[in-house]
Write a protein that binds this ligand. Structure first.
Ligand SMILES: [Fe+2]
Length: 273
């Protein structure tokens, strides 16, 4: 099964640049590249921060761009998104009983569970951090129990990582500590979770957490610098990317496609001693 993973599209109102980048032009370039290279992919998941300020026009242009993809698109929201405006733009995307944009989709590789880690409408908190309160934990426990009973492998998708990644500015805005602890305690009870995909960091990172493999990607928009000499949050114009994920019963392989690359493609046989 081939899955396309997109993250952090950060769309503004069309034409407005962000940190010196046109996010819609970037997304359209990614969509064109995916349509050309990966028309046969089964799904595309977008792990949030779909827009930067949550305007209606930004979601409309997001929809226009993503609707050009040849495969079904599964979006989830991130800290920059506005839940109500997202839901108006994507009325067909299911929500849980509390109105969180959490839903599941069966694929040929297993069950995808898409989580909403954005601060609840009624809650008080830091807007950039991730939240996964008791109600959402209960919902996820139910989904994991059902998947276990159905004997299907699970792939988790969320915007915020439930752990730090060693970058100071981001380690303050992953899932808040109590929620991260609950989330970890829940996941440790299950052995059918094959991979955790997330966004938010705007960098390629992979590893494992409590034995669960994870990966995240460059944004299609701006990137975050990897600079261990500063604690400041610094954005860069490093290359954007999207993920090409190949899933078999034995293996999950994550490629990152540098879709803006226009440099040479060199035949190795052209170099001779
Ligand atoms: Fe982001």
């Amino acid at each position: 099964m081939k899955l396309i993973h997109l993250t952090d599209t950060h769309l503004t109102t069309p034409g407005r640049t962000l940190y010196g980048i046109d996010p819609l032009a970037r997304l359209n370039a990614a969509v064109d590249h995916i349509a050309r290279q990966h028309a046969g992919a089964e799904r595309c998941v977008v792990t949030g921060a779909l827009t930067h300020w949550g305007e209606r026009a930004a979601y409309a242009s997001l929809r226009d761009a993503l609707d050009r993809l040849p495969m079904p698109v599964l979006p989830l929201i991130g800290n920059h998104d506005d839940r109500a405006t997202f839901r108006a733009a994507y009325p067909e995307i299911p929500v849980d009983a509390s109105g969180f944009v959490q839903w599941t989709r069966d694929t040929s590789a297993g069950r995808f569970i898409l989580l909403d880690t954005v601060l609840g409408d009624a809650a008080q908190g830091r807007k950039s951090a991730g939240y996964f309160d008791a109600g959402r934990v209960d919902w996820l426990r139910q989904q994991l129990d059902v998947a276990q009973a159905d004997a299907v492998p699970v792939f988790l998708f969320m915007h915020h990582p439930p752990f730090g990644v060693g970058i100071a500015a981001f380690d303050e805005i992953n899932l808040v500590a109590d929620d991260a602890r609950e989330f970890g305690a829940l996941l440790r009870g299950y052995s059918h979770i094959r991979h955790l995909f997330f966004g938010h960091i705007h960098r390629p990172i992979s590893g494992s957490w409590h034995g669960i493999p994870f990966s995240t990607l460059p944004a299609t928009a701006h990137q975050s610098g990897l600079d261990f000499l500063t604690d400041a949050d610094l954005f860069t114009h490093e290359a954007p990317g999207y993920g090409v994920v190949l899933i078999t019963p034995e293996q999950v392989t994550v490629h990152i496609s540098d879709f803006l690359y226009r440099g040479p493609q060199i035949d190795p046989a052209s170099e001779r001693l």
